[in-house]
Design a protein around this ligand. Structure first.
Ligand SMILES: [Zn+2]
Ligand SMILES: [Zn+2]
Length: 366
């Protein structure tokens, strides 16, 4: 089979590899779609960050070279000897986080912060390939009415959903600063979780336009040095929002969030900033809370229900679908090069893939 294998920074090779053999507790998935995530992009641009290169990850036992890709779905192609509750041909979405099931956090249900925290496709082999073998617990069988293109978006949508849950209650005003895939999906899901007013902030008009389609009630164009804090405060009668989402991972976005949030409000850190400066004096005096969020737990059932039963459509964030053989040029390089992409899906099925024309401006992606 063909797979996109990470060997080092700027060195991802689409190569012929063996179809993996599923272990007793694993399923072999024939991959239908795999999204490219901002974390994949970081590994491609200047990794390794999360990819194990010397010590094997405890959950996967793998070091690089490693098959990238953690946002994937497909159909069951084979079952390990101990797996009896899935059938060959079942459509499945993959929830790619490893969990040991025995550490204190797993025992408490917080398996997303398991002591063996990690993701298939970053710390073990992933889904940018024709086939992937994953632990049974990662596979969620899909009911009729869930297109596989949407199932490939459950992973980034889970990041957004978990972040929203961390910030609840959401019955009030919400600002989402940064409209990459996670920010846009947060806008979409916040409208379903009780936020009455959703203010979307970005520097790219095309992204603001998508946010409006996904449920944003107000748009703030922060391009050209515009004062986004003043704009958000103006929209909330000077008060500021109840909750702000930092979905960029930058000092400027954090400053915007803190400045745009009311006294006693909450700022959720979704973006991956390395180090930031914080005005702790202002934070304390405004009694604001900063909430961090990583990964997700127990999100797939809700997303399956939203798409299958409530008609939620996650696809507006997809700007192109490319073939696996083109993943470097039309995936990683296109996303890095400011080529107006938001979410790129990779279709590893051999044969021609129609590439949707893109009309969106690019910004930081995660
Ligand atoms: Zn991701
Ligand atoms: Zn654990």
């Amino acid at each position: 089979m063909k797979a996109a294998v990470w060997h080092g920074a700027r060195d991802v090779r689409v190569a012929e590899t063996d179809v993996p053999t599923p272990g007793p507790d694993e399923v072999l998935v024939r991959v239908a779609y795999c999204g490219i995530c901002g974390s994949d992009l970081h590994e491609y641009a200047n990794g390794p960050h999360a990819i194990p290169t010397t010590t094997p990850h405890p959950a996967s036992g793998v070091t690089a070279p490693l098959v990238l890709g953690h946002e994937f779905c497909g159909t069951v192609a084979a079952l390990g000897s101990s797996v009896a509750d899935l059938a060959v041909g079942d459509p499945v979405a993959i929830e790619p986080n490893y969990r040991c099931g025995t550490c204190p956090r797993c025992q408490a249900g917080d398996y997303h912060i398991c002591r063996h925290f990690g993701f298939a496709g970053l710390m073990g082999h992933g889904g940018l390939a024709e086939y992937a073998a994953v632990p049974r617990y990662m596979a969620h069988r899909l009911p009729a009415g869930v297109p596989l293109e949407q199932a490939a978006l459950f992973e980034p949508a889970s990041v957004a959903l978990h972040a929203l849950r961390r910030a609840e209650p959401l019955h009030g005003t919400l600002a989402v600063v940064g409209l990459g895939p996670i920010g846009l999906l947060a806008v979409l899901l916040a409208a379903r979780r009780g936020a009455t007013r959703i203010i979307a902030v970005d520097v790219a008009p095309a992204r603001l336009e998508i946010a409006a389609r996904l449920g944003a009630t107000d748009l703030v164009d922060a391009s050209g040095g515009a004062d986004a804090v003043a704009a958000v405060r103006g929209l909330t009668g000077g008060e500021g929002v109840d909750v702000a989402f930092e979905a960029v991972g930058s000092q400027a976005a954090l400053d915007t969030c803190l400045g745009a949030t009311r006294r006693g409000g909450r700022v959720v850190l979704v973006g991956l900033a390395q180090q930031v400066r914080l005005d702790a004096f202002a934070l304390v005096n405004n009694e604001q809370s900063i909430i961090s969020t990583v990964g997700y737990r127990d999100t797939y059932p809700e997303l399956i229900r939203l798409v299958a039963d409530e008609g939620v459509d996650l696809r507006p964030v997809v700007t192109s679908t490319v073939a696996l053989r083109d993943v470097v040029d039309q995936g990683f390089e296109a996303l890095l090069g400011g080529s107006e992409q938001i979410k790129v899906l990779v279709d590893p099925t051999p044969g021609p893939v129609a590439t949707a024309p893109t009309t969106h401006r690019a910004e930081a992606t995660r």
